[in-house]
Ligand binder design. Structure first.
Ligand SMILES: C[S@@+](CC[C@H](N)C(=O)[O-])C[C@H]1O[C@@H](n2cnc3c(N)ncnc32)[C@H](O)[C@@H]1O
Length: 296
């Protein structure tokens, strides 16, 4: 993989360009965030190409799907699934709603997998897939529902970059539009990496993105190769504040699940049990945090 983390910095090496076309310049997002973007793109291209993603998360989390429907997916006209991956949620929504669906992702491989599922589907004319710099979304339309599901926002490196993304999404929504998102919970995830990052900050060794509390890098083995993931972990409070700063008010927040996503999506009985129990779990104890936000 293309990520290098020295003892004092959180630094991503730039992967080789996947095509020969020059990449558009984004002067307002700093170099660290662009490196995270490029590293996440390379990582997810490999994750989807190796089929490890679909093996690990073979279906949507049923309670998250129900949550989307409870909050208006069935009535939505235009849904944008930002960071749609292989269409785990968008394909289910295609079956269950009459909405037009736009899937956007930085990973071409994810979108190729998504597209391969569309070939045999009736609703394929309602689907549009967009790839590349997020600027492709500008002037792409207006979306009454925007989805940021399963940690997509956490992969957008640095608070400034997340704000830019949220502000961009807000512009694409009408005044009564809804943003539905799920993010990893800081109190439930990666204590070792969090402690290491806290130590770096405390001892003054943290540099660049490491300076921001909640940012971590962790390693996962995919198809026999170690890969490093950039993640920003949220608390209920920091999620509310970040959304507020981008002009969104959180109107509902809840626990996404008790057990890890891979367990409940690989084992239906565990998913059903989790659905019953997580209903009683406070949001701050969930494996992930699920939220609804509206434009202010
Ligand atoms: C954990 S997966 C979630 C995929 C899908 N939402 C799901 O629930 O299965 C994270 C996805 O976010 C995408 N991603 C990461 N950074 C992104 C960015 N800056 N812009 C758009 N997509 C991004 C990845 O390529 C990947 O498909």
């Amino acid at each position: 993989m293309f990520v290098d983390i020295s003892s004092s910095t959180m630094r991503f090496e730039t992967p080789p360009a996947s095509n020969t076309a020059p990449q558009p310049i984004q002067p307002e997002v700093d170099a660290n965030s662009r490196q995270v973007n490029q590293a996440m793109k390379a990582l997810y291209d490999h994750y989807f190409a190796s089929h490890d993603y679909v093996k690990r998360y073979p279906q949507p989390n049923q309670t998250t799907l129900n949550f989307l429907l409870q909050h208006g997916a069935g009535q939505a006209q235009d849904i944008l699934d930002f960071g749609c991956g292989n269409g785990r949620y968008a394909l289910a929504l295609l079956h269950m709603t009459q909405a037009k669906l736009t899937g956007y992702d930085i990973s071409e491989t994810a979108l190729a997998e998504f597209e391969s599922h569309l070939e045999s589907l009736n609703g394929q004319a309602r689907v549009r897939l967009l790839h590349g710099e997020s600027a492709v979304l500008d002037h792409s339309g207006s979306y009454d529902m925007v989805l940021l599901l399963f940690g997509v926002l956490s992969h957008v490196g640095g608070q400034q970059a997340r704000q830019k993304t949220l502000l961009q999404l807000r512009k694409l929504m009408p005044h009564d539009g809804k943003l539905l998102l799920t993010v990893p919970n800081l109190w439930r995830r990666r204590p070792f990496e969090l402690a290491k990052a806290a130590w770096m900050r405390w001892t003054g060794q943290a540099r660049d993105l490491q300076v921001e509390p909640g940012n971590i890098v962790f390693t996962r083995r995919l198809a026999g190769v170690d890969h490093q993931f950039f993640y920003h972990l949220f608390t209920v409070r920091t999620l509310r504040l970040e959304l507020l700063a981008a002009g969104f008010e959180v109107t509902q927040v809840e626990a996404e699940s008790i057990f890890p996503e891979w367990l409940i999506t690989q084992h239906a009985w565990l998913g059903a049990l989790d659905a019953r129990l997580s209903h009683f779990l406070p949001a701050f104890l969930g494996y992930g945090i699920r939220a609804v936000a509206k434009r202010i």
